[in-house]
Design a protein around this ligand. Sequence first.
Ligand code: ADP
Ligand code: ZN
Ligand code: ZN
Length: 742
Amino acid sequence: MQYADVIVNIVCEELDRCFQYRVPEHLEGELKVGMGVMIPFGKSDRLIKGYCVALGEECKFDPAKTKEIAKIVQNDSDGDGRSVALAAWIRENYGSTMIQALKTVLPMRKSVKQLEHQVLVRTATKEELIAMLGESQRKHQVAKARLLEALIEEERIPKEWVTGKLSVASATIHSLERAGALKIQSTNSFRDPVKVQAGEERKKTLSEDQERIVRQVLAEYDEGTKGTYLIHGITGSGKTEVYLRLVEGMVARGKQAIVLIPEIALTYQTLLRFYRRFGNRVSVMNSTLSAGEKYDQCQRAKAGEIDVIIGPRSALFTPFPNLGLIIMDEEHESSYKSEGTPKYHARETAEKLAELTGASLVLGSATPSVEAYYRAKEGKYTLFELKDRLTGGSLPQVEVVDLREELRAGNRSIFSRKLQELLADRLSKGEQSMLFLNRRGYAGFVSCRSCGLVIKCPHCDVSLSEHGGKRMICHYCGYTAPKPTLCPSCGSKYVLGFKAGTEQIEEKLKELFPQARTLRMDRDTTGTKDSYEKILSAFANQEADVLIGTQMIVKGHDFPNVTLVGVLAADLSLGVNDYRAGERTFQLLTQAVGRAGRGDKPGFAVIQTYQPEHYAVVQAAAQDYESFYQEEILYRELGGYPPACHLLAVQVFSQDEKAGERLAATLAERVKARISERGTTLLGPSPATIGRINDVYRRVIYLKSKDYAKLVALKDELEQFLATAQINRENVQFDFDPMNFL
Ligand code: ADP
Ligand code: ZN
Ligand code: ZN
């Protein structure tokens, strides 16, 4: 006997439960998860439509009272069935309730509340603009020149893109408004952010390598042997051009395409290339849209008004009727993993969606994730390589400096001799430099120099950081307090902030080069989204000689005048206790090194480190991904880490420390009984890396298995237990193959 869980209303929040129905014999084998069904409902047994979200052999209620499914709805014209099937898969594979999964997959049915958007509209002739451009170039007004160039090409540009992706400050826009180059117009719609004609861009003749990729992907699609493809190619090697051709091929076949690009990498130029090819058949989904506008985009996709959607992770759930292609650019980015429950990864979810829809999946990256490359090596993905840079601009020369040698030579500065020499050279030539500290949240703690007391956040297990000299801040919960003048423990007056990180670098740089104009970008200086853009814009405008920052500065923007990049301490991201530390370091170093020499002038990168022999450093300096991968995968195999082995982190949250400990212990006990027979290992429970945040205690259990399905089965058992014991699901979260140790 087969039973089906049926959900009847996929919008109403109260219905976070399924009704179980018997599957009539003649439908067994035919009924699949995600299909629409008609079921008798309520006392009157009126027939209503529902969706099958799970199938099983076990009857959870009284079999005599369980009703039978009337029939399958053959023609699921609204396409919701596919979304339900995908949600069911997400629920199963990442752990959440069905409603949480459905909410992830379905656009919120919000009425379209349009935000007010502003558009810059060209008001001068092209000739006048070209004259202004010449003048601003002479004056080295880089941001102004960039906006003028864009205006020469486009009559209308959304202001969000100008301030965001072009990093032009509002003041610059207003000065051009006063000069009569443009006017600012308000509009209620983000539908057509740029007015361009489709097919406007001149097509390039593809290189042989590009051509081969396009031909193979489309041919395999036509033959019905489509798969997942990974394009490994450095920035500028022509990946986007390949995406454009593939989308074009799909549109010609009457299919639609989803293009995923992490928001930070979605540049105005890239967007424009898509608009130029596909005109108003393209739509963008980004964080500047309201929920209503996002819903509106989904409705347009459903109605067949658009062929292409571009956006970050959630754009994956755009309900196209005939999806033919999913592209995932910068596939290695950690933003593809959801931080909220269900903690799904867009890569695997895209694979599932491709399977459900028959679409092809194309991944692209300059530094592929170890996961994706592993699957390519296993033959699960087809690997393509694009090796040549089509844009010109040479790869920078890289030198690794051993900081131990520096110390031995008597240099106690945080800048190596080589870096000092190059900085001086760049300053004298008027070229720009970037100094990069590869660690998040590395800020100075406050301690007593007399008794050693370190001042901690009263709500979290972390120390407070000095903020602006007089205050202290917790970077985890936002708690702030004035910095005490006397030590709360011994009364000494030597309570000092330990200057570390970017602030210290800025200070030391100023001591060394008093004339250098500096900008600093880190969590302290970028409290608001706006300040982030302002700093980048000022730097692009050449208002500073040196930009100092955390990893925020290595992504996205191109600065053609930057000819020197210094990585101050490559070890900082290696030293953390995390199985992805090597991979992250390699990616960051590769990206940082790639920042130098984007323009016509050759670039130089200096990597300072205490571990010059570490493979992540060595291979990043050599820009050799393959060698890095070989060492990294060996490490993952030895340690039993993803992708060689799968990990499930079960996190337990509790305001009451003891209650949390008990719950974690109970959960561990439940799985312990099963793990030996299941070939899995259990680690913990133990306090999370940060044991308490915002007064919530965190414990974690790790389960390890080569077989993902075994971890899913253990998760199912725990979920069942939580349901039976009526434990609030918010207090237990599952994270499969987590992005870092929790
Ligand atoms: P990626 O996405 O790998 O960074 P792009 O597709 O953006 O690479 O290509 C980099 C640059 O080279 C772009 O300016 C693009 O217009 C140009 N380009 C790409 N393919 C070709 C080609 N086949 N012929 C000439 N120029 C090309
Ligand atoms: Zn003290
Ligand atoms: Zn705190």
